[in-house]
Design a protein around this ligand. Sequence first.
Ligand code: ZN
Ligand code: ZN
Length: 120
Amino acid sequence: MAGDLQLTCSDCGREFTFTAADQSFFSERGFSTPKRCKPCRQAKKADQGGGGYGGGYGGGGGYAPRNTTGTTVVCSSCGQQTTVPFEPRGDRPVFCRDCFQAQKASGGGGGRGRDRGGRY
Ligand SMILES: [Zn+2]
Ligand SMILES: [Zn+2]
């Protein structure tokens, strides 16, 4: 027979009671031990309400939507004109495909800091 448990809410940090009744209720449904007190859980639930809680939440990184036309820029490395599928930011160097690949390949290899100061 399990007794009541004192748990600490990971949200508000308060202690709450995970009663024996709740424990059996939870294990019946295959839920694991709650990390939050009831008010916080309810708040969370309300938060997520109506949303499609897909598994891939937060994945994908910061991929900007594809700019279909592309933007014509001049490569900061070789000076060649090239088209990039994103809107370049003024404070960052833009590379053509070849130079970009080269940059990526050498990235982290110690050759960093090139043109870092930004002479413009
Ligand atoms: Zn709480
Ligand atoms: Zn280039």
